[in-house]
Design a protein around this ligand. Structure first.
Ligand code: AMP
Length: 497
């Protein structure tokens, strides 16, 4: 087995590694560090959780040990797709470079240009940036990239998802042809392949086993419910979620809860809070200081539930997360693996619970195909089964139509299933209802963080932004205009009222 001391790293780096307590390099480190130290380009196919950050930070520090920083001309550049990931790389750098004199600057949005300018003016060895902010600095004439000797692209597949590839290409062109490139991606989509063919020179390709099976330390569970009404789906999932959290009790010390849309992230966080659970949202529309505060709170244990979107939580390294909840089944199977990988880290036990409805079937099929095994089905907790939103078969179309009539709020027209549960009569839950009305009226599609991939979904009818096409579409779907539901005065009523 390779040891860190076999890797020809700078002794100061080895000392910092010893301080962290890591004994042996992970496979991506053992594979990527030697060619990187030889000055070769590296194409690392690995995802977060594999130790890939150290696989580029450690050789970078070693290589930069010789030479000195020059004003406005960073000697190396690390590009990361999100602010949080960039900040995480910066933390890694601080940790492993603590016995060296190397300097760094972190260029991310949401932070004033002034401070960042000062650092760049002074000269830094390592510049860690998100692509947009880096180009902003460049365009303001504050930065020269002609001194970059080592360029790292981290999480390239996420860059692709977020539409950053043109920026990355531009940045590549601004750096010297002779630079060394260390390029990391979890997957090799054709577009990523094209970029690597264009900008990498005879790279050493290091691939670590895809985490498709997820860590053995993660217990996975799937809880399926059939909402009593489609427009109640999110609400009933929230009820189910609370029942699960209650049933998990102290075993659930903290959790990341994933939603597919930013609007749902906000709604779920508010709803959990209104039920007395300690939750906060994190997604790309929140300002940076709020995101940082929320993350810090979650890291230091003062916040128990972090409700997140995929992009915001991607690659976050929070070692002790007991649970991951997929409030929504992710629509991209790989996201399932990324999400549940937030728990069960560093050999700890973790629990990943996914909530699904019949509308999620095709996504579930894709996940199970990727994992090459079915997710273990588990019954909903008993406390949920006895509540109004229990697991019951979907109602027939005409019943659903009745339920959607304007008169549905009157107790006279309620079906037995629609009677308010004691919980719904509770004023706390009244707030939930307000939140609810936002849930059934999704904001436009630009709320989603991945417009490119989500395009097909934007064509889905308004009532069904999650791409659910499994339910029967009757006439005008769920949005039957009121006038069509009104009884026609002459002859027989034309509606089924
Ligand atoms: P990353 O894939 O870079 O996000 O790293 C995932 C986690 O693995 C982080 O918490 C690292 O601190 C940790 N880690 C990195 N290298 C090692 C190693 N050689 N041994 C044990 N843990 C490591």
């Amino acid at each position: 087995m390779t040891k860190f001391s076999d890797l020809k790293l700078d002794p100061k780096v080895l000392q910092a590694i010893a301080d962290t307590g890591y004994e042996t390099p992970t496979p991506i480190q053992a594979g990527a560090i030697p060619p990187a130290l030889e000055g070769k380009d590296v194409l690392g196919i690995a995802q977060t959780g594999t130790g890939k950050t150290a696989s580029f930070v450690l050789p970078m520090i070693t290589l930069l040990g010789r030479g000195r920083a020059r004003a406005r001309m960073p000697r190396s550049l690390v590009l990361a797709p999100t602010r949080e990931l960039a900040a995480q790389v910066a933390e890694n750098f601080d940790n492993y470079a603590k016995y060296t004199k190397l300097t760094k600057a972190l260029l991310i949005g949401g932070v004033s240009f002034g401070e960042q300018d000062k650092l760049i003016d002074r000269g830094v060895d390592v510049l860690i940036a998100t692509p947009g902010r880096l180009l902003d600095h460049f365009e303001r004439g504050k930065l020269l990239l002609t001194g970059v000797q080592i360029m790292v692209v981290d999480e390239a597949d996420r860059m692709l998802d977020m539409g950053f590839i043109p920026d990355i290409e531009r940045i590549f062109q601004l750096t010297p042809f002779t630079r060394q490139t260390l390029f990391f991606s979890a997957t090799m989509a054709p577009e990523i392949e094209r970029i690597t063919n264009t900008f990498l020179h005879a790279p050493a390709r290091v691939e670590v086993a895809r985490q498709a099976t997820a860590s053995e330390t993660i217990e996975q569970r799937l809880i399926e419910i059939t909402p009593t009404r489609r427009d109640q789906s999110a609400k009933q999932k929230r009820e189910l979620l609370r029942a699960i959290i209650k049933a998990e009790g102290d075993a659930c010390t903290n959790a990341i809860l994933f939603c597919n849309r930013k609007t749902e992230v906000d709604i779920l966080a508010k709803s959990l809070k209104s039920h007395g659970l300690d939750a906060a949202p994190i997604h790309g529309d929140l300002d940076q200081s709020q995101r940082t505060r929320t993350l810090d709170g979650f890291r230091d244990g003062t916040l128990r539930f972090l409700v997140a979107s995929d992009v915001a939580a991607r690659g976050l390294d929070i070692p002790a997360v007991s649970h991951v909840f997929n409030f929504d089944v992710p629509s991209h199977a790989e996201d399932y693996v990324h999400r549940i990988g937030r728990t069960g880290r560093a050999g700890r036990k973790g629990c990943a619970i996914t909530l699904s409805t019949p509308a999620d079937q095709k996504y579930l099929d894709a996940i199970e195909a990727l994992l090459k095994k079915p997710l273990p089905r588990v019954a909903a907790p008993e406390s949920f089964a006895v509540s109004e939103a229990s697991q019951r078969p979907a109602r027939k179309t005409d019943e659903r139509k009745k339920a959607e009539r304007p008169a549905r709020s009157s107790s006279r027209s309620r079906t037995r299933e629609e009677k308010p549960s004691p919980a719904q009569e509770n004023p706390v839950v009244a707030q939930e209802r307000i939140v609810e009305s936002a849930a059934v009226e999704p904001k436009p599609d630009n709320q989603h963080e991945r417009p490119a991939k989500e395009k097909p979904r934007s064509r889905a009818p308004k009532h069904d932004r999650r791409g659910d096409t499994s339910g029967p579409v009757v006439g005008m779907g769920d949005h039957v205009p009121d006038f069509l539901l009104r009884a026609v005065p002459r002859g027989k009523a034309s509606t089924d009222s």
